[in-house]
Write a protein that binds this ligand. Structure first.
Ligand SMILES: [Zn+2]
Length: 189
């Protein structure tokens, strides 16, 4: 496993985090598999209070390889939500080369704004994204090519992570002149 903690994660004062990531070869090399599994383990452990404290982990729902200084299109995501029937549901992926193949007209944003393992400072404001997206990629967790139909929070998390492949950080999408400006028709989460 690769050591990932708050000290080894690349921050936004380092231009590396702005580097564009390249697609990886499939089937995944053992090196890419190990990297992706370590990223998944980080996200999983980061929401365990004790493990997070002991190992200097910052709670996260996703991480992309460029945040470890590795410009490859790999991301791990674990999102816990409630479904229509109020049942807890976990969406988890270890994705290689995920790409957004379609998106809704309807925008969406998180009411409390977004955060990022690579960003220490607070950047309040609406990060406007799509309310629903369709993503295609290879998922190491299920060892399959997957098509993910995501809405709401999961859709936002996937867009945030896929943005990292282009070197884009969430606050790039905040309107600096009016960070809290009304977004007509937006799904607010
Ligand atoms: Zn991020």
């Amino acid at each position: 496993m690769i050591l990932i903690n708050n000290d080894t994660i690349v921050k936004d004062d380092d231009p590396v985090v702005r580097t564009k990531s390249s697609p990886v070869a499939l089937p995944l090399s053992s090196e890419d598999e190990e990297l992706l599994r370590s990223m998944y383990q980080y996200v999983s452990d980061s929401t365990d209070e004790e493990k997070a404290r002991e190992n200097n982990l910052r709670p996260a729902v996703g991480i992309s390889a460029i945040q470890l200084g590795i410009p490859r299109q790999l991301t791990a995501v674990i999102v816990r939500e409630y479904d229509k029937n109020d049942e807890p549901v976990t969406y988890e992926y270890m994705l290689a080369n995920p790409r957004i193949i379609s998106r809704s007209e309807q925008p969406a944003y998180l009411e409390g704004g977004e955060g990022c393992l690579s960003v220490a400072a607070d950047h309040p404001g609406h990060v406007v994204r799509s309310a629903r997206i369709k993503v295609k990629g290879y998922d190491l967790l299920t060892r399959k090519e997957v098509t993910i139909r995501a809405r709401g929070y999961l859709a936002i998390v996937l867009q945030h992570e896929i943005d990292h492949f282009s070197g884009v950080l969430f606050y790039d999408r905040i309107d600096r002149s009016d960070p809290e400006k009304e977004i007509p028709g937006a799904l607010v989460i």
